[in-house]
Ligand binder design. Structure first.
Ligand code: FES
Ligand code: FES
Length: 154
């Protein structure tokens, strides 16, 4: 299941999950940067936990619930509070790293709704961004946390 939708598809045993999501399901929001587990651009959620989709085979995801960046916004198109906070805080430039950051932040705020700045920086140390210098990303995460604690859905 991906973003709440059940797919029945076949994958060669050697196909990595990122390629499957992008090429077979058309979910091109998952990006490939380093392709060896370092940059975090390919991060998706599997059963609510972040995984590097460049390091998993597609067949390993069978029977699990996946969330990609396409699954964050509401069905009416309203941005998820984390997406909205990134937009508001100018936390992206080229945006290549952003899907991975959003999903990493999603896992963080599920487990720790009120993180400190240091906790945010430590958590996001596995996601690399070549554009922003990280400051606005950290500010966006803290803003998203505050909005989500207040019950905002956007
Ligand atoms: S592409 Fe997967 S961690 Fe960089
Ligand atoms: S916004 Fe360009 S790599 Fe992060």
């Amino acid at each position: 299941m991906v973003n709440g939708r059940t797919y029945a598809a076949q994958a060669e045993p050697r196909m990595i999950l990122a390629d499957f999501l992008r090429d077979e399901l058309g979910l091109t929001g998952t990006h490939l940067g380093c392709e060896h587990g370092v940059c975090g651009a390919c991060t998706v959620l599997m059963d609510g936990r972040t995984v590097r989709s460049c390091l998993l085979f597609a067949v390993q995801a069978e029977g699990h619930e996946l969330t990609t960046v396409e699954g964050l916004a509401a069905s009416d198109g309203a941005l998820h509070p984390i997406q909205q906070a990134f937009h508001d805080a100018h936390a992206l430039q080229c945006g290549f790293c952003t899907p991975g950051f959003l999903l990493s932040v999603h896992e963080l705020l599920e487990s720790n709704p009120d993180p400190t700045e240091l906790e945010v920086r430590t958590w996001l140390s596995g996601n690399l961004c070549r554009c922003t210098g990280y400051q606005n990303i950290v500010e966006a995460v803290l803003a998203a946390a505050e909005r989500m604690r207040a019950g905002s859905t956007t």
